[in-house]
Design a protein around this ligand. Structure first.
Ligand code: HEM
Length: 526
């Protein structure tokens, strides 16, 4: 029988769950082989955790697959805040680190301890408010290109009844172009209408599609479980790391080219600096990393070439696997889901369009900041569809976790052992009725415009866990938010998005994905 962590009554849970979970209710045991993990995989992202958290409270245990010890699911606000605040103690699973290293290299996402502190410090200036503001012209350029491309496609459509497009690829091409320009001063031309199918952008796109497809197959359930049961398997060339290896090779090659170009430029700069006025150094990420390597700059210590490449790579495949998604894919997926929400709620879409158009066609940076409803729509999209649907942490020593809701027989703290695997489902936290009220699962941007005491909100960015929390929160959140606001405002001012009526399921592969008929896609009608 499913054990509420603290032994709550299972019949209480049965009252609140829907029909397709009846099997679960009547099942006396978790599967002896798969524990509860197969069931969780078979459902929509974190769907079961949201239900179980309502029945068992903020902390409960599930049975691990392949005889893995029980896993704690944490959705208690104080506990989750405590875990993220102590990021040196609660680390990403050591078992999966070699896999992350194979896929992502030894960049900031893989690093722990002193290495992570150093890399994060070196990267931080690239994401300061001033640096992000400098990225605005590039973001506008790409957003307007997307608006033009979509408008032309709609106008060219021979059908009088409008046009249906899978919006995912268009938005992701736009955000790839943005990340190329702001991160690397590199143009991928992903939005070019005459795109070469062999171009880097096309290859990145194809590899990403392969990865998403693979994540929807049964192997995606098995692969991490096998790695967890037999960690040495990460040294065997498995299909999954191979597919990502292809992307890594592309990105390493681009990264190396950019590195050589930047090195050439810095040499040229230093040889002319004595004769001319000092040259303003570019603030893109690669330049910042190279700056950290300059002799005499001991502030952060020198990064090795491999670390520089790993961080370049990191830009493209940001958060992949452990926290999933590429820097551009995270943003693209959030936008896709938000547009889908707007397509299903035409009144909300109209209200957003009216707000954007009230500023004319001049969508300056300052004007964008003033758009309160746009801000509310974006927050609501991020709340309902956190692309990193869940994450995992493991304590390096025995520890005591504080709880916001005292539990009978346990009290206000929970003692946990070193090595205990803890899963934190962001989706469930962001849609908890306890924090967000009875309409927690409904797309209702107006909730952000209502008076509320900020202290009553959960921890995280505006009470959301979408960008995680604590010292290891998302480094790119300011860029992501600005980028999404500009793209959304640019599109909504001239295009009306309509729902096709297709049933879209949200699955994790490797981050949250819109899935229609077993395939990753989100079609909208224009
Ligand atoms: C909507 C867009 C985005 C979302 C929802 C998002 C979400 C997240 C989350 C949840 C984490 C923590 C994952 C974990 O610890 O398990 C993370 C980490 C990170 N994100 Fe993002 N991200 C987004 C966009 C970006 C962008 C555009 C960049 C940079 C270009 C970026 C850079 C990073 C970095 C560097 C980390 C690792 C931080 C560290 O470990 O110290 N993210 N992101």
């Amino acid at each position: 029988m499913l054990q509420g962590y603290f032994g709550q009554n299972v019949s209480k849970m049965c009252e609140s769950i829907n029909n397709d979970l009846k099997w679960w209710c009547t099942s006396p045991f978790a599967s002896w082989l798969w524990g509860h993990e197969l069931l969780i995989f078979q459902h929509a992202a974190a769907q079961l955790h949201s239900i179980w958290a309502r029945s068992f409270g903020g902390m409960y245990k599930i049975k691990g697959a392949l005889f893995h010890p029980d896993i704690i699911i944490a959705t208690d606000d104080a506990a989750v805040h405590h875990i993220f605040a102590n990021s040196d103690l609660y680390v990403k699973s050591p078992v999966f680190r070699p896999l992350i290293m194979n896929i992502l290299g030894k960049g900031v996402i893989w690093a722990e301890g002193k290495d992570w502190h150093r890399q994060r410090k070196v990267l931080s200036p690239a994401f300061s408010p001033e640096s992000v503001k400098e990225m605005v012209p590039a973001i506008y350029e790409c957003a307007e290109r997307l608006e033009r491309n979509l408008s032309n496609l709609i106008l060219d459509s021979s059908s009088k009844d409008g046009k249906t497009l899978n919006i995912v690829h268009y938005i992701s091409a736009c955000t790839l172009d943005i990340i190329g320009m702001v991160g690397l001063s590199h143009s991928f031309s992903a939005q070019s209408t005459e795109a070469d199918p062999n171009s880097d952008a096309a290859q990145i796109r194809n590899s990403w599609d392969d990865l998403v497809d693979m994540g929807l197959r049964p192997l995606a359930f098995l692969a991490p479980l096998i790695v967890r049961a037999i960690p040495a398997v990460t040294r065997v060339p498995l299909p999954l790391p191979h597919s990502q290896g292809a992307v890594k090779r592309i990105v390493d090659r681009i990264g190396q080219k950019i590195l050589d170009r930047e090195r050439g430029e810095s040499k040229a700069e230093s040889s002319t600096q004595e004769e001319t006025a000092p040259i303003t150094r570019s603030r893109d990420i690669i330049s910042l990393l190279l700056h950290a390597k300059q002799p005499g700059n001991d502030a952060h210590g020198a990064l090795t070439d491999t670390q520089i490449l790993d961080n370049v790579f990191r830009l493209f495949l940001d958060c992949l696997y452990n926290c999933s998604m590429a820097g551009h894919e995270t943003t693209a997926t959030t936008l896709t889901f938000t547009l889908w929400d707007l397509a299903r709620q035409p009144a909300i879409q109209d209200r957003l369009r009216a707000e954007v158009l009230s500023h004319g066609r001049d969508l300056s940076y300052d004007n964008i900041q003033k758009l309160e409803f746009l801000d509310a729509v974006l927050k609501e999209g991020l709340r309902l569809h956190p692309v990193t649907a869940q994450t995992e942490r493991v304590p390096l020593q025995d520890h005591v976790i504080p709880l916001s809701t005292p539990v009978d027989g346990i009290g206000v703290t929970l003692r946990i052992k070193k090595g205990q695997v803890i899963h934190i489902p962001f989706v469930s936290l962001n849609t908890s009725p306890h924090a967000w009220g009875p309409t927690a699962s409904v797309f209702n941007p107006s909730r952000w415009l209502e008076e509320s005491d900020p202290a009553s909100r959960p921890h995280g960015w505006n009470g959301l866990l979408s960008f995680s929390d604590g010292p290891r929160n998302c480094m790119g959140w300011k860029l992501a938010v600005l980028e999404m606001k500009i793209i959304l405002a640019t599109l909504i001012r001239s295009i009306v998005f309509l729902d096709t009526g297709a049933v879209v399921e949200e699955k994790i592969s490797p981050g949250l994905q819109p899935i229609v008929g077993g395939k990753a896609e989100c079609c909208l009608y224009f």
